[in-house]
Design a protein around this ligand. Structure first.
Ligand code: AHG
Ligand code: MN
Ligand code: MN
Length: 338
């Protein structure tokens, strides 16, 4: 572990190099994926910051594979990441929440040993009302033999196989948080120099949280154990202190607040959406990796999220993520559903 002093200026590039040096077997390929993601994040950030000024507000008039209304910035962010990442020679395929199938590496570029999965713009319905949005990404090592193009099999791996994961929050500041399995670290974009600077090394989330993030308009569709769990979190059964409810409606923003302040984000299965809403590969797994690295936990209500073996690219999953003891309560109270 490298200890920087309060006066060290640690750019994300420096941090990645120093982390890499701790692992003599590292080839630098993962590092270059992270650099490129940081560049893509800066490009998306600049678009998000100008969203109210140029004509990129509103819906693009198309729908994504899940029939959801695509916002223009969804399309733009998706293109930025695809173009920033397709030519580095480190990836053999990509997959995005916004595209039905695998995104292939164009034939003129070399293929590498990793795959990248991403949600280019999370919380996109919040764009028009100036509420924080985000980007989420996950990196896996391919399982099919190289050196050619990757396949679906390379994507459908449990979260435990992730070699890196991260998110970017375009909030009052733009921050990038990532992990390669050696802690979760946060960087804040200094817009005056265009660099992500280390601001939150070794993030630790509190064991018990104070925030509850849930959309309780679905209460009528929840099972009885889920309703009882929510009553517990609100202190209504007198078994714990009431949590403060905070729900932005951008997963990244809700997750980020809870990661730093302590809390749980919950998106249960309900009668209308039997697997919940959030996507296992683009949203749940990368955040689960970061959360565990920060001392938290993530479950689908039945099993540790990162142990789930995916069967589909756009698979959805219920999500209980955040402070360890609060997730443990969910697992215990949802036992009856098993
Ligand atoms: P996306 O914009 O990538 O489709 O994700 C939206 C997600 C997530 O960010 C948020 O937590 C959730 O949808 C909110 O859903 P509800 O409106 O059903 O609460
Ligand atoms: Mn999303
Ligand atoms: Mn999205």
């Amino acid at each position: 572990m490298i200890n920087h002093t309060d006066t060290s200026v640690v750019t994300i590039d420096r941090f990645i190099i120093e982390q890499e040096a701790l692992f003599p077997e590292a080839t630098g390929e993962l590092s270059s994926i992270l650099y490129e993601m940081a560049v893509a994040a800066k490009m998306i950030s600049s678009k998000v910051r100008r969203a109210g000024l140029i004509d990129i507000l509103g819906a693009a008039g198309s729908e994504n594979v899940q029939g959801e209304h695509q916002q223009k910035l969804d399309v733009i962010a998706n293109a930025i990441i695809t173009k920033a990442m397709d030519h580095g020679g480190k990836l053999c395929a990509m997959a995005s929440e916004e595209e039905e199938g695998i995104i292939e590496i164009p034939p003129q570029f070399k293929c590498g040993k990793y795959v990248l999965l991403f949600d280019p713009l999370d919380g996109s319905s919040n764009i028009d009302v100036n509420v924080p949005v985000g980007t989420i990404f996950s990196v896996l090592r391919r399982v099919t033999p190289g050196p050619g193009r990757g396949a679906l099999e390379d994507m459908l791996q449990p979260g435990l196989q992730q070699v890196a994961a991260g998110y970017v929050i375009y909030g009052s500041s733009t921050m990038l948080v990532y992990t390669t399995g050696h802690g979760a670290h946060g960087f804040t974009l200094d817009p005056s120099i265009g660099e992500f600077l280390l601001s939150h090394p070794h993030i630790r989330t509190p064991e018990v949280g104070k925030y509850l993030s849930v959309n309780d308009s679905y209460e009528q569709h929840w099972s009885e154990p889920v309703r009882a769990l929510m009553r517990r979190y609100r202190g209504l059964d007198q078994r714990r202190e009431a949590m403060n409810v905070r729900y932005v409606g951008s997963l990244v923003a809700d997750f980020h607040r809870n990661l730093l302040g302590g809390g749980i984000f919950v998106y249960p299965a309900n009668r209308k959406s039997p697997s919940g809403k959030l996507r296992l590969l683009y949203e749940c797994n990368p955040l689960a990796f970061i959360c565990e690295q920060a001392g938290g936990a993530a479950s689908n209500g039945q099993e540790r999220l990162m142990e789930v073996v995916p069967t589909e690219l756009h698979q959805r999953s219920p999500l209980y993520i955040g402070s360890k003891q609060d997730v443990a309560i969910a697992i215990q109270m949802l036992e009856d559903e098993r």
